[in-house]
Design a protein around this ligand. Sequence first.
Ligand code: PHE
Length: 339
Amino acid sequence: MIDKIFRILADIDDLKASNPEEFEALRIKYLSKKGIVNSLMSEFRTVSPEQKKEVGLQLNKLKNSLQERINELKKNIENSQEQSTEFDLSRTSYPIALGTRHPLSLVKEEICDIFKRLGFSIAEGPEIEDDWHVFSSLNFAEDHPARDMQDTFFIQSSPEIVLRTHTSSVQTRVMEKNQPPIRIICPGRVYRNEAISARAHCLFHQVEGLYIDKDISFADLKQALLFFTKELFGKDTRIRLRPSYFPFTEPSAEMDISCHICGGKGCNICKHTGWVEILGCGMVDPAVLENCGIDSSIYSGYAFGMGIERITMLKYQINDIRLFFENDVNFLHQFQSAF
Ligand code: PHE
């Protein structure tokens, strides 16, 4: 009998139960009325008096050890059940804190959407460009100041590779590959070698537009820009065009809008003139069309270009262009409700 007791004692640590059913089977096997411990107790009566002390001691030890092991197994099962109830699969998910869209993206989308409604489609191109697409094709004379080191970031001198200074380069690329009608807007990042200040940065964003077809006139340009202005700044906004100069348009103009802060009466924003300048525009110079393989005796067109930073600053009354590039969440969070 003592051997039997020792064998069971040796196996106690190996007893396992991974669920309540297995645990209950073990308990019945060892500790129930008809279990092994009780049957050993009955057998104890038959043990010879000399052995009684030793066998009794081991039998008690067995009983206690089994009880302990079984309690331990019970606790393990309860713990693992508790853990699995931590996963409540029916629970709604934690709220995910959504980021906000950058104000420049918001305004870019808004500008693009307005022109899309007028039938324009989006065209994009590389930020690293060759001289032809940024300058030469667009009628910039060899010694034009915009090519100067002060304005342009040169990457390589021969052949000349630059960071584009305007997205007009995309217009050239599209004209080279497509015949009219062409009606595109070109949003994108541009670079100019300027001292960084509250009003200027060495990188900024533009949306430029181009419409080439038969019989396109300055009146079409003016009408499209008027529509755009009223959509973006409100229907009471007025525009005025002032003669200007760009190498790639003739005639050229700069467009002002009536100051939407003071309604044209005069304030700090419009420097008390009632007007703020927002874009450059003009009729595409026939030489540019010819450079890109478009017959200027059949086709004409208009182009315009604006800085997204400038428009965003006006729209949201932001007084420092550097704020757009600092990624200060206190600034960015102010645009949370916009989309
Ligand atoms: N490309 C000009 C600029 O970057 C803007 C412009 C585009 C002006 C088209 C006239 C016509 O300043």
